[in-house]
Each structure stands twice: as structure tokens, then as C-alpha cells.
Design a protein around this ligand. Structure first.
Ligand code: S3P
Length: 427
């Protein structure tokens, strides 16, 4: 088990890039695999989750060349190019892999079995299995298909209209992928807008989609055409570097070529509301995704309230936001975030538990966190609980803690941010 140790620092400066966006990297492989032709991907995230996606599609007979860890070539042969896998499809720790792939598998005329790690085995799959069954999919698994392992006998889908109770890009994307293989129209309506990388990338691959408010529709029977995909830096990874620059005194850091999709930039809005000295320079679009540079300086921060439509726009950033809020003047309230309980860990409970170990004053609520600041951090030992974002949040907290922070089970960080520790050293 890996351990990383961070120490109290001063004056972080530099201009860096973070690894490619995880959501976009998964989709580039999947859409390349079902498209016709050769899809080239640059800036791919070689994190454990996206490598699981590659391995699953290889098991379905798709040829994927890796020219370097970040440069891929996916040889798609259309929907019919996917073959019945001879063994399990193992998604590892990746919720995006399993939920999106189920949308693809349920339309394919073959049998497949999907498994994952201990964390995946605890995460709810019924949020996709139920609507997929309404479309006619034959999916079963542990506890009536709520949990892995799952078995899928694909084929014969019918379009539906689905009102999703949660704003989830994984649910929406799963049903769009199933809908592309279904008879008629499939519509997914959500309570607020979740990240829209699937819609943007499907359009780039030649698919027609209709959007009406928070509902998106797709006609079945469409095929995808191979593309060149350049993946921007992951704003969710950039958030840890932004936090380091904000909290460590005398710092100024620029993070270049970060994805600035408005469904993902809630962290920028929240930090600016807290008084962060943060500038964004938009530079253009890569495959329909806005990209730019973010410069962050050490800042005096005030508390804030985070809830409602902002939550899906920063859902993965809440552990690091809690670290930042522990240093802001006043009480920060994070609410409407019950979804955090079904992430890689229960991130409400785990964030509160680990931050308290370092001396922060954090209360857990039913749907979020209350953080009282500013609290000087004493530091000490923390555990990632096998959750990459918890591991990184605590490592960043160590940069301002008197005794630093030793993070146990730090290997989880490789899920989304290979090279995290080296990048911190470089600043
Ligand atoms: C993701 C969607 C989000 C996010 C996850 C990646 C995606 O999950 O938390 O890290 O790539 O679609 P939900 O769709 O469950 O909110």
C-alpha cells in the first residue's frame, strides 16, 4: 500500500498542465469503439479508470493501439464490430465505465458479465438498470440487479421517456447510448443539467440530438463516424492545484489547457464567490469543449453557501472545497449533495472524518457538510479509504498543516491523477 507525505510549504509558483479529462477520455474510447473508422485520441488520461475502459473494449474485440500513455488509436468497426466477450468485463473502480458501457451492452446481441472492485459492488446500478429494463433490456444481477456482478443479454430495445430523479451524467449517457440502438426516440429529462460531454462528443461523431431545457432526445438507428479527439486537462484535477495555490502563502500558479465546459466550472464560480484571486483565460475549443488557462494566487477567503443547480457543476470537487472552506472566514454550508454518499466512498462521511483528523471543524449533514473556518490545521495521518479524491484532498491539506499529512492507501490517486505527487514537488 502506497503512502504519500506532504509538508507545510510556502511560495508555490509555476505553470503546469494536469492530466487529461477523465470523463472525456472514457467517452473517446467508447465512442471510438462503436464508430466506423479510426479515432485518434491525444491527451488521453492514462489513469486506472480509463485503462479499465480500454481493457473492457479490447475484450469485446476492439483493436486499441497505445502509441504512448496519452496517445491512442481506436479502430472502430461500428456497433456490429463489438463481439461477445469470452470472459468478464472488469470495470475496476470506475462508475463511468460500468454505467455508460451498460447502455452499449444492452443493445448488442450477445451475453456479457460485468464486475468491478469492492467500491463498485456497493454503488447503485439500479439507477440505470431500471430505465434500461423499461426499454426492454434483459439485465440481472445481485439484489435484483441493483449491484454487481451484472449479466446482460442484449438486444431489442424500445425508446422511452425517462424522468431521472437525479442529475447524473452517467445515467443520461447510459440511456443515450441505449437509445441510439433502440426503436424510436429516447428522451432523458433531469432535475438540473449534469455534465454534457456525451452530448458534445456524440455530435462531433455525427449523431443528431435534440435538447429542450434539461431534457435531451435521440433517435435510434444512428451510427457514429470516427474523429480526432484532443482531450483538455481535467478541471477536477486542476481543482487540487488551484486549492494548493490559494491556501499556501505567496503562491501563484497557472494551469494550462484546462477544460472549461460550463457544466464543470462550478468550482471556479464557488471560489470566486469566496473571494479567490483567480483568473480564467479562454483560448478556444477542442472537439466542442472550451479550453483555457487558469491562474490562481494565494487569497484571503470568506465562507459561502453551495447548493441547488451548482452542485452537479462541482460534484467531484466537494472534498477539496471542504479543505478550502476550512481556511475561509465564517461558516460554509454545502447542501443538496446527497449524491456524494454514492460516489467511490460516502464522501460526506469520509471527508468529515478525515478532515477532523487534521484539526478542521466539520459537521456532517444529511445532504452535505458544514465547515467552520478558519481553523489552523495540525496535520497528522489520513486514509484515502481507496478514494482518489479523498487522498488528494488530504495531501493538499498537508501543505498548510503544521505537521504535514501522511496519506495512507495513496495508490488510489492513480485512478484520475497519475503523477500527482511529482507535480506538487515541481511547484
Ligand atoms: C461522470 C459523472 C459524474 C461524476 C463522475 C464522472 C461522468 O457522476 O461524479 O466522476 O463521466 O459521466 P454522476 O453522473 O453519477 O453524477
Amino acid at each position: 500500500m502506497a503512502v504519500i507525505q506532504t509538508e507545510k510549504r510556502k511560495g508555490l509558483t509555476g505553470s503546469v498542465r494536469v492530466p487529461g479529462d477523465k470523463s472525456i477520455s472514457h467517452r473517446a474510447v467508447m465512442f471510438g469503439a462503436i464508430a466506423k473508422g479510426t479515432t485518434r485520441v491525444e491527451g488521453f488520461l492514462p489513469g486506472a479508470d480509463c485503462l479499465s475502459t480500454i481493457e473492457c473494449f479490447r475484450r469485446m474485440g476492439v483493436t486499441i493501439h497505445t502509441h504512448s500513455p496519452t496517445s491512442l488509436q481506436v479502430e472502430g468497426q461500428g456497433w456490429d464490430g463489438l463481439r461477445e466477450p469470452g470472459s468478464f468485463l472488469d470495470v475496476g473502480n470506475s462508475g463511468t465505465t460500468i454505467r455508460l458501457m451498460l447502455g452499449i451492452l444492452t443493445g448488442r446481441p450477445f451475453w456479457s458479465t460485468v464486475i468491478g472492485d469492492e467500491s463498485i459492488a456497493r454503488r447503485p446500478m439500479d439507477r440505470v438498470v431500471k430505465p434500461l429494463r423499461q426499454m426492454g433490456a434483459r439485465v440481472d444481477g445481485r439484489r435484483d440487479g441493483k449491484f454487481t456482478p451484472l449479466g446482460v443479454r442484449g438486444g431489442n430495445l424500445q425508446g422511452i421517456r425517462f424522468e431521472s430523479p437525479v442529475a447524473s451524467a452517467q445515467v443520461k449517457s447510459c440511456l443515450l447510448l441505449a437509445g441510439l440502438q433502440a426503436a424510436g426516440t429516447t428522451t432523458i429529462a433531469e432535475p438540473s443539467l449534469s455534465r454534457d460531454h456525451t452530448e458534445r462528443m456524440l455530435r462531433a461523431f455525427g449523431v443528431e440530438l435534440q435538447r429542450e431545457g434539461y431534457a435531451v432526445s435521440v433517435q435510434g438507428g444512428q451510427s457514429l463516424v470516427a474523429q480526432e479527439v484532443r482531450v483538455p486537462g481535467d478541471i477536477s484535477s486542476a481543482a487540487f492545484i488551484m486549492a494548493a495555490a490559494l491556501l499556501v502563502p505567496d503562491s501563484k500558479v497557472t494551469i494550462r489547457d484546462v477544460g472549461l465546459n460550463p457544466t464543470r466550472t462550478g468550482i471556479i464560480d464557488a471560489l470566486q464567490a469566496m473571494g479567490a484571486r483567480l483568473e480564467v483565460e479562454e483560448k478556444g475549443e477542442w472537439c466542442g469543449e472550451p479550453v483555457g488557462d487558469i491562474t490562481v494566487r494565494s487569497s484571503e477567503l470568506q465562507s459561502t453557501e453551495i447548493g441547488g443547480d451548482l452542485i452537479p457543476r462541482l460534484i467531484d470537487e466537494i472534498p477539496i472545497l471542504a479543505v478550502i472552506a476550512s481556511q475561509a472566514e465564517g461558516t460554509t454550508v454545502i447542501k443538496d449533495a446527497a449524491e456524494l454518499k454514492v460516489k467511490e466512498t460516502n464522501r460526506i462521511a469520509v471527508t468529515a472524518q478525515e478532515l477532523r483528523k487534521l484539526g478542521a471543524r466539520v459537521e456532517e449533514t444529511d445532504d452535505g457538510l458544514i465547515i467552520h473556518g478558519p481553523s489552523p490545521l495540525t496535520g497528522g495521518e489520513c486514509d484515502s479509504h481507496g478514494d482518489h479524491r479523498i487522498g488528494m484532498a488530504m495531501a493538499i491539506a498537508g501543505l498548510i498543516a503544521d505537521r504535514g499529512c501522511k496519506v495512507h492507501r495513496a495508490e488510489a490517486i492513480d485512478v484520475s491523477f497519475p503523477g500527482f505527487e511529482a507535480l506538487l514537488q515541481q511547484l
